[in-house]
Design a protein around this ligand. Structure first.
Ligand code: ATP
Ligand code: MG
Length: 585
């Protein structure tokens, strides 16, 4: 890689929440991480208790937990004590209607205060919480509520009418629909208004004495590679959320933290609710969708210190050009991180140039429940690398031999990214899919389905999804490497790369490219971009064909769906497209 390592100076290292990653790794145990939490009397563990009640009990109830920014300019601050009260009332609303531990509670909400009360209240009552993307259409909502056996749904009047009213009566498990709009909303027939019910509920609710292995969350995967799976997580996950929030996001009490993930995605819960609250930060919650000016405005005006976002958003900021960032004061920013897709080295460096800090890429999955591999605040960054395993995480690159045995690969070799099971936020099941779950494990490893390599210094480099690897004339080509080279070209905003069958080469590399504003597709530009890629990657790896697209197909969580481009190119069935952004379908 031609990108230079970004070295952290001694002052930055010393100031980090984890100043010496190697020393921390050597002494770290998950038992010790658990001991930092408060726990429940009698040995129990409950996520909501660690996220809010504990802080109130320790005298921090007056600190701000959520600084909510409404779409229309409204602004509301919710303290830890306030949030604890809201969660208790939500739990009380459900208990008063006969629901008890184990109840499956679903949310279909944007970033509104009721979401946080619902998530934490559900967990406090020992019930199981599942968030859904508010932007989903009726079909993906129905499929997930059916698989998850939803008993309670929290949503808005408009979402209910538009997406559920027609069919949800036929869902046998569903017994209560709570409408979270303000009191002025007209409540649809058969539904219950949440605000008055909460106002009538007591301010206190005894936290259910959940054990660490009790079910807490069901998260559906993004569906990038196929039909989404329901990953089951338990209350012990909070041990990992709290620890990785410190290690990978550098969170500490008093931080102003902004996680832009949608609440319907695992990041929106693990790092949009649990990890930040467990670390007693103030979370900025913006109700609105992505908007370049709004985002720069929030980063500056709210004095955000830690920012956690996704490559697709970073590429959109980059696409808008540097001028858009002019005139804003980003001096409060201390740490920037990214997750969800490979982060192009270009984007890491752009962060340093435009926001004053480099982006720190980290890697995890719905299944792992929390961050596993990361570029940390004290660690040097190798742009394009996902970083190194966090303390408590053992990661390796493995290959499966023909007889099924799993062996570790040497440094530099491409193989499947594998983790040694045992960290607390690991999924405990795929709902109703035992065989699929069992297939994730072999030879004492959890196999992630992602291909990567580890360099001699222990940094991990993402190569692609196992299904996306391209084999061309004897070369193994990871789409990410090609995409990163393409977006270095000044005209290219985003790129997706796939392999197409070819008689001579086995497969040839094809790229889809979305251009930055001010550039128009042309044969000359295609030639120029191909030439750039050839110089950068060599003729064997550079794309043979480039097609221009207005935009690339993405899941709701912003991940490029290469399998769909390939299916369309080859005229094959498209598979599950329910998680696709609607305008791409
Ligand atoms: P499905 O499993 O249903 O196809 P998905 O894998 O996209 O969906 P998630 O669990 O939301 O669902 O995404 C995790 C995946 O996202 C990882 O396995 C990896 O492929 C990709 N990913 C996440 N972070 C990174 C990263 N920093 N670099 C590269 N890829 C990443
Ligand atoms: Mg996956």
């Amino acid at each position: 890689m031609s990108w230079e390592t970004i070295r952290k100076d001694p002052a930055t290292r010393a100031a980090a929440a984890m100043p010496d990653p190697d020393a921390e790794r050597a002494r770290f145990t998950w038992e010790a991480a658990r001991a930092r939490l408060s726990g429940l009397p009698g040995g129990g563990l409950n996520i909501a208790h660690e996220a809010v009640d504990r802080h109130v009990a320790e005298g921090h109830g007056g600190e701000v937990a959520i600084r909510w920014l409404g779409r229309d300019g409204a602004r509301r601050e919710i303290t830890y004590a306030g949030l604890a009260g809201d969660a208790a009332r939500f739990a009380g609303v459900l208990a008063a209607r006969g629901f008890g531990p184990g109840t499956r509670v679903f949310s279909l909400l944007g970033r509104v205060p009721a979401l946080y009360a619902a998530a934490l209240g559900t967990l406090k009552a020992g019930m199981t919480f599942t968030p859904l993307f508010a932007a989903f259409g009726p079909e993906p909502i129905r499929a997930r509520m059916e698989i998850g056996g939803a008993e309670v749904l929290v949503t808005t009047a408009a979402l209910w009418r538009r997406k559920l009213a027609d069919w949800a009566g036929g869902l046998p498990s569903l017994r209560l629909v709570l409408i979270a709009d303000g009191e002025e909303a007209e409540v649809p027939a058969g539904c219950t208004a949440l605000a008055p019910a909460m106002a009538a509920a007591p301010e206190r609710f005894p936290t259910h004495p959940t054990g660490p292995e009790d079910m807490a969350l069901i998260h559906f995967t993004s569906g990038t590679t196929g039909r989404p799976k329901g990953a089951v997580h338990v209350h012990a996950a909070v041990i990992a959320h709290a620890a990785t929030g410190r290690f990978a996001l550098d969170l500490r009490p008093g931080d102003i933290y902004w996680c832009t993930a949608d609440p319907g995605w695992v990041t929106g819960t693990s790092y949009g609710i649990i990890a930040p609250l467990a670390n007693r930060v103030t979370m900025v919650v913006d109700e609105a969708e992505f908007d370049v000016r709004r985002w720069y405005g929030i980063l500056a005006a709210e004095r955000v210190t830690v920012f956690y976002t996704a490559p697709t958003a970073i590429r959109m900021l980059m696409r808008a050009g540097r001028d858009a960032a002019q005139g804003h004061d980003f001096s409060a920013l201390r740490f920037l991180a990214s997750v969800g897709e490979p982060l192009n080295p270009e984007a890491v460096v752009w962060g340093a140039q435009v926001l004053g800090r480099p982006f720190h890429d980290n890697w995890w999955q719905t299944e792992t429940g929390g961050i596993m591999i990361a570029n940390t605040a004290a660690g040097d960054i190798r742009p394009g690398s996902m970083g190194r395993p966090l303390p408590g995480v053992t990661a390796a690159i493995v290959a499966r031999d023909e007889d099924g045995t799993v062996r570790e690969c040497a440094a530099g070799a491409i193989g499947e990214l594998a983790l040694r099971p045992g960290w607390p936020s690991m999924m405990r099941a795929y709902l109703h899919e035992e065989a699929r779950y069992a297939r994730c494990f072999a030879g004492g490893w959890y196999l992630s389905g992602d291909l990567a390599l580890r360099d001699a210094d222990g940094y991990f480099w993402f190569v692609g999804r196992a299904d996306d690897l391209i084999k061309s004339s004897g070369h193994l080509i990871g789409p990410f490497e090609v995409e990163s080279a393409l977006i270095e070209h000044p005209a290219v905003a985003e790129a997706a790369v796939i392999g197409l069958p070819d008689e001579a080469a086995g497969e040839i590399v094809k790229a889809y490219v979305a251009l930055k504003p001010g550039f128009a597709p042309s044969e000359a530009l295609e030639r120029e971009i191909r030439g750039h890629a050839r110089r950068r990657l060599g003729p064997a790896v550079a794309p043979r064909e480039i097609a221009f697209r207005q935009s690339l197909p993405k899941t709701r969580s912003g991940k490029i769906m290469r399998r769909l481009l390939k299916a369309r190119e080859l005229g094959l069935p498209e598979g599950d497209t329910s998680t696709l952004e609607a305008d791409e379908r």
